[in-house]
Design a protein around this ligand. Structure first.
Ligand SMILES: [Zn+2]
Length: 313
């Protein structure tokens, strides 16, 4: 599938391209890769560290302490409100992607433990309609954040997306405000949120929950941006700098806080949670009031625990 000039294939998909399904070549260093080794290496090229797209179940397994993931809202299904028909109807597209992935939409959310911390975890899956954000993705992300706020849990969201889901028109765009509002209330309760931006994280997802983190982490060489580089180049009529919209470019320009190799991601998240989890976040919270939180019970985290980009509202 062509997407911003780069094929988005997980190593599991790529094996279909090779006889026997045992070997494949790395698109970055061109070395031959033994797929069993690559799976053990969490989808990272053993020669050049190119990060392949990772299936959502592998990504969950990568973060979740063994056997701790409990899925929420796995049955939510998109509705074809606009009766959209292009080359295929939206309903047909949904059925096709359900068959292809075994999932009903482009994100899996739930409660898990990461390094012993209770965490709300969401993992987006580019294989499902380019991990586009429609009403179901927006609702699942919002419920994840709201339940985590009630349970006083940090949120970890592994992002990948082509943007808002065009099949749902305005309904998809509304999810940007809805998820951002839920995150604002989560932040106001003094709870940390860590988005992890993987290749590619673009458009409406990048412009909402993917970049509202207390610490924004990206994997190496991930494409991250709002409009694609070709569109920007054609609109501005200017040549774009080398590495434009890649993680390494964006960290120099202040959009990201860290680029972390996939093998170090879980430990880095655990280090952040160890640093962040202030005693105030672990106090029981009254169940009445919006989100189960009374305004007078909202405790700002102590300064030493407050990330530089902590939102105030
Ligand atoms: Zn390689």
């Amino acid at each position: 599938m062509a997407f911003f000039g780069k094929r988005i294939l997980s190593f599991r998909n790529r094996k279909k391209d090779t006889p026997g399904g045992l070997w494949d070549s790395c698109p970055s260093c061109k070395e031959m890769l033994y797929l069993k080794e690559m799976k053990e290496a969490q989808g990272v090229c053993t020669h050049c560290s190119h990060h392949f797209s990772l299936p959502r179940e592998d990504r969950i397994a990568m973060f979740a302490d063994a056997g701790s993931f409990e899925e929420w809202d796995g049955d939510l299904t998109s509705v074809d409100t606009l009766k959209f028909t292009g080359t295929a109807s939206y309903t047909d597209k949904l059925a096709e992607n359900l068959l292809k992935t075994g999932y009903k939409d482009a994100i899996s959310c739930g409660k898990t433990r990461v390094g012993g911390f209770d965490v709300g975890l969401g993992v987006m899956d580019f294989k499902f309609l380019g991990a586009s954000m429609g009403a179901v993705v927006g609702e699942k992300v919002t419920r994840l954040i709201e339940r985590s706020t009630e349970a006083r849990m940090p949120v970890l969201l592994v992002c990948a997306s082509g943007g808002a889901r065009m099949y749902e028109g305005l309904f998809s765009l509304m999810q940007m405000a809805k998820t951002s509002g839920a995150l604002a209330r989560h932040a106001k309760a003094g709870l940390p949120y860590i988005p992890i931006l993987t290749h590619p994280t673009t458009a409406g997802v990048m412009a909402s929950f993917a970049t509202l983190g207390d610490v924004i982490i990206a994997e190496p060489e991930a494409l991250i941006g709002f409009a694609g580089p070709r569109v920007i180049k054609e609109t501005t009529q200017q040549d774009l700098p080398d590495g434009f919209q890649r993680s390494e470019f964006l960290i120099k320009h202040g959009l990201l806080d860290m680029i972390v190799h996939r093998h170090d991601l879980k430990q880095r998240v655990v280090d952040l949670l160890n640093f962040w989890m202030p005693e105030s976040s672990q106090r029981p919270v009254p169940v009445d009031g919006p989100m189960g939180i009374k305004q007078e019970d909202v405790v700002e985290a102590p300064t030493k625990n407050t990330p530089a980009k902590r939102r105030k509202s």
